[in-house]
Ligand binder design. Structure first.
Ligand code: DQA
Length: 177
């Protein structure tokens, strides 16, 4: 049960998180949240794609680590990657009917262009954290514009795959402060 999981916290830290140390909640309040992780175009190429910017880990490795940590905290996590804008809009619209409580989204290149994905997030009113592997604020000027930051719970950028884990930690801390 969850009590056992909590007692094994030290062990779980190393098991759940290869990239960073995350804190399990201090108390379990039995509120299971459903968290959806959305990844935009070209993120399926992570690992081999510009590793100086985006790190060496594959998307699958990063998502497996997220899954483990969410599970250890008693929450349900699912993740999806799409290269096309419309597919991402469809997933966000469906999330509203599937009882998704929080979204972690890396819109990738659509960060800097997509009114459609922004509008979908506003339409479903699901709180979301914007995530970037690279430090977008210190890259080309076109990457310093985001259609998401002003309506996000917060933005985490620049920690490679660890950015996702920090976003998940922030959400879990809000659920169980
Ligand atoms: C990115 C940054 C974007 O500018 C870029 O188009 C991406 C990935 C990041 O995670 O650093 O594809 O969102």
């Amino acid at each position: 049960g969850l009590g056992d999981v909590y007692k094994r916290q030290g062990e779980l830290w190393t098991k759940c998180s290869d990239s960073c140390k995350l804190a399990l909640p201090k108390a379990w309040n039995n509120t299971m949240a459903t968290i959806l992780v959305l990844n935009g175009p070209n993120l399926n190429l992570l690992g081999g794609r510009e590793p100086d910017q985006y790190g060496h880990r594959s998307l699958q490795e990063i998502m497996e680590e997220l899954d483990r940590f969410a599970g250890a905290c008693g929450h349900q996590l699912s993740h999806v990657q799409h290269n096309s804008e419309g597919a991402l809009v469809d997933v966000i619209q469906n999330a509203a009917h599937q009882g998704v409580d929080y979204i972690i989204i890396n819109p990738a290149a659509y960060t800097h262009t997509s009114v459609a994905i922004r509008d979908a997030l506003l339409a479903v009113k699901i709180p979301f954290v914007e995530v970037h592997l690279s430090a977008v604020a210190s890259r080309e000027p076109f990457r310093q514009v985001s259609y998401f930051s002003d309506v996000a719970m917060g933005v985490i950028s620049g920690f490679h795959g660890e950015s996702y884990m920090l976003a998940l930690q922030a959400i879990i801390n809000q659920i169980e402060p």
